[in-house]
Design a protein around this ligand. Structure first.
Ligand code: C2O
Ligand code: CU
Length: 482
């Protein structure tokens, strides 16, 4: 990162938009040469000012008392060691979303570790093979724990970063608040489980409702967008600007402006943008979201300082170096069909339901509903409390695999695979431009999407919808790489 000028950074801090970065203790000081980055995270209750003005602070659950949690910054090739303490009244785990790591560190309760009991702790330690924008969140009672504020961003910097004036993280979140800015306690509510998940009524950027974001003419910003919402997707438009996408889910992609100028980011996804501030000093431009029909709204306004930073934005290259991902061999890839079913208006009759460690039993839809289950993957619904999950498929280690997913429901599903990144090959039979690497791919209603990857990471890896209410209501599975 090339840090613009100090004065500008102060302005930015004053605007309150900077997320806290944890102080890191780095014994071996050489950056990016396999140093160990140590830090502690405590998950516990806290109070933060989510909404401004006359509203009181909101009781939240947070990492190190901040929402979002501290931005963890490390360099590609570093090793991360995070000591997590659970100060909640219920068990938790931490999953570092999108990081390719050994299975035992993946933070999935009962599958890769015992949940961390209240008062307990667990040390996550793993190498960071890929540069990019990742995030961390609980994988236990996720709808409520993430919904109450437990989420943070992990930035793994390239060994040689591209030249920008500011490298910023924006964690986008969506909250369901009452009129006193308190979090509505209706988690696992049937309607949310069966429809589009827990959609809220308040959008925050780095844990705060924002009016303005200050910029300067000629400035180049690398904006790392992270969607930490339970259910809300965003379709962002930067009025009068042409952001270029340089990475998706942490993985570099050929720099391009999105087709209609709109940046779509579903729950759990990340988008790294190059935002060149091409407006005039003193100008204002809206940042709008129009994902849901008839619900377009403004998130904030970009407000230009009276003094330009430079006459025109930098003209340095913005393409990122590729991460060391194995390229799938499509000619030899094994194909796995994945069918997503259920939800309101889905016509699902029933599914096999995994018991508490026992054999799955078939339940009709009505019995599923009484257990809060509404969704299935390949005819199996896995409850969040399942102690044992029979893998959907066993993938031969080292071989290439295609997951051919079909969304036979009336709802969106951002599908996430742990432990691997995959190339998105086709959507509804058409090649996807740039064939991006991702770890979470959005399937709109009736979509068919094919992704491919080399199953090079042994273990049982979760494969689930990242709308936390869908995940809690059955849309959860695993694959075994062996
Ligand atoms: Cu973001 Cu299974 O996780
Ligand atoms: Cu879903």
């Amino acid at each position: 990162m090339n840090t613009g000028n100090a004065m500008h950074r102060r302005d930015f801090m004053a605007a309150g938009l900077a997320a806290a970065t944890v102080p890191l203790i780095a014994p071996a000081a050489q950056a990016g040469l396999g140093r160990v980055v140590n830090l502690s995270l405590t998950a516990g209750p806290s109070r933060v000012q989510l909404v401004g003005g006359k509203y009181p602070a909101t009781e939240v659950w947070a990492y190190n008392a901040s929402v979002p949690g501290p931005v963890i910054r490390a360099k590609q090739g570093d090793r991360l060691r995070v000591a997590v303490t659970n100060a909640l009244a219920e068990p938790t785990t931490v999953h570092f979303h999108g990081v390719r790591m050994p299975n035992a560190m993946d933070g999935v309760p009962f599958v890769t570790q015992k949940p961390i009991a209240p008062g307990g702790s667990f040390v996550y330690e793993f190498d960071l093979p890929d540069a990019g924008t990742f995030w961390y969140h609980p994988h236990f009672n996720g709808g409520e724990q993430i919904g109450r504020g437990l989420a943070g961003v992990l930035v793994v910097e390239e060994r040689e970063p591209i030249e920008v004036d500011r490298d910023l993280v924006w964690a986008l979140d969506d909250w369901r608040l009452d009129k006193n800015a308190a979090i509505a306690g209706d988690f696992r509510q049937m309607h949310d489980l069966a429809h589009g998940g827990r959609l809220g009524n308040t959008v925050t950027v780095n844990g705060r409702v924002r009016e303005e974001f200050r910029v300067r003419a000629g400035e180049r910003i690398r904006l790392r967008l992270v969607n930490t919402a339970n259910a809300r997707a965003f379709a962002l438009r930067f009025e009068g600007h042409a952001p270029r996408i340089i990475a998706l889910d942490g993985q570099p992609v050929a720099p391009h402006t999105p087709a209609d100028g709109t940046v779509v980011i579903a729950p759990a996804q990340r988008v790294d943008l190059i935002l060149d501030m091409t407006g005039k000093p003193g100008a204002r431009a809206g940042l709008g979201d129009s994902y849901y029909r008839g619900q377009a709204h403004r998130i904030l306004a970009l407000v230009y300082d009276d003094k330009p930073l430079r006459p025109r934005p930098l003209d340095a290259p913005v393409a990122l170096p590729a991460n060391p991902l194995p390229e799938p061999d499509l000619a030899k890839a094994v194909r796995h069909e994945i069918l997503l079913e259920g939800g309101a208006m889905g016509g699902m009759r029933g599914a096999k339901v995994a018991g508490a460690g026992g054999k799955p039993e078939y339940l009709g839809m009505r019995d599923m509903v009484t257990r809060g289950l509404f969704w299935s993957i390949n005819g199996v619904a896995v409850p969040e409390t399942a102690r044992a999950i029979t893998p959907l498929a066993t993938l031969k280690r080292g071989a290439s695999h295609i997951l051919a997913m079909e969304n036979r429901t009336a709802w969106d599903h951002p599908m996430h695979l742990h432990g691997h990144s995959f190339r998105v090959l086709t959507r509804n039979g058409k090649p996807v431009p740039h064939r991006p690497w991702r770890d979470t791919v959005l399937l709109r209603p009736e979509d068919k999407v094919e992704v491919a990857f080399v199953a090079d990471n042994p273990g049982d890896w979760m494969f689930h919808c990242h709308i936390t209410e869908h995940m809690a209501a059955g849309m959860m599975a695993s694959v075994k790489v062996a």
